[in-house]
Design a protein around this ligand. Structure first.
Ligand SMILES: *Cc1c(COP(=O)(O)O)cnc(C)c1O
Length: 221
């Protein structure tokens, strides 16, 4: 299948899921995840109007950002302390913020570099932390505190990778988002849903779905 065909298929799935949920498809952002995909495919996607791409590894994303500085790369994968500076230099957004020490470090470095990088907190309500990263619900307040109201690292929303085959997990995230929004008095977006579960994520209110294989095909690199 060609890239335009896969994207057309995805648009149809999103449309269908939105109809079922009574939502406007324009309210669901499709973020292509280009990890382990070649530059040639990313360029093809750019030709089809996409300008933001999710990447999991700092090194790989940095190389792609250097090759295509006009695009915005979003960091989705676990971020180690010693890669924090490179992440701020090469990525437009950080979605995998999951601990207070990292928030403090990113704030210091963003100030030093003079950059603004929207941040999303990766949440793990299902105890998958050792595998995929993510902040537990109990540790969330400390992380939000550590972020403060820093204009260089504005909090955009919550990102999650719920366990497969647990549709209730998306609703748990939606509930958490609502509660935090009320507590903080500002809007938070929800980034959840991947190739296999975008329908359930959209039904639960996801604002951004992150799609790898259903967008680009099998990963090659
Ligand atoms: C790889 C990845 C995706 C995309 O996964 P697919 O199943 O290929 O759609 C989305 N989010 C994160 C955090 C990922 O690591």
């Amino acid at each position: 299948m060609s890239l335009p065909q896969r994207i057309e298929g995805l648009r149809a799935r999103i449309q269908h899921a939105c109809e079922a949920a009574g939502r406007d498809p324009a309210t669901v952002e499709l973020l292509p995840v280009s990890k382990k995909q070649p530059l040639s495919l990313i360029r093809e996607a750019v030709g089809l109007g996409f300008t933001r791409f999710g990447e999991n590894y700092v090194q790989e994303g940095a190389e792609k950002a250097a090759a295509m500085p006009e695009l915005g790369f979003v960091l989705l994968g676990a971020l180690q302390r010693n890669k924090a500076k490179a992440a701020l230099q090469h990525f437009a957004e950080i979605q995998s913020l999951d601990r207070p020490e990292l928030a403090e470090r990113l704030r210091r470095l963003a100030e030093e570099l003079g950059v603004v990088r929207p941040a999303w907190i990766q949440v793990d309500l299902w105890d998958e932390a050792t595998k995929l990263g993510g902040c537990t619900e109990r540790d969330l307040p400390a992380l939000i505190d550590a972020l403060g109201d820093d204009a260089r690292l504005p909090l955009r929303g919550l990102m999650a990778i719920p366990p497969p085959d647990d549709d209730g997990a998306f609703l748990q995230m939606a509930t958490l988002r609502d509660r935090l929004q009320q507590g903080l008095g500002r809007a938070l977006r929800l980034s959840m849903g991947m190739s296999d579960d975008l329908e359930a994520a959209i039904a639960a209110g996801s604002d951004q779905i992150r799609i790898g294989t259903a967008f680009f095909g099998e990963r090659t690199r």
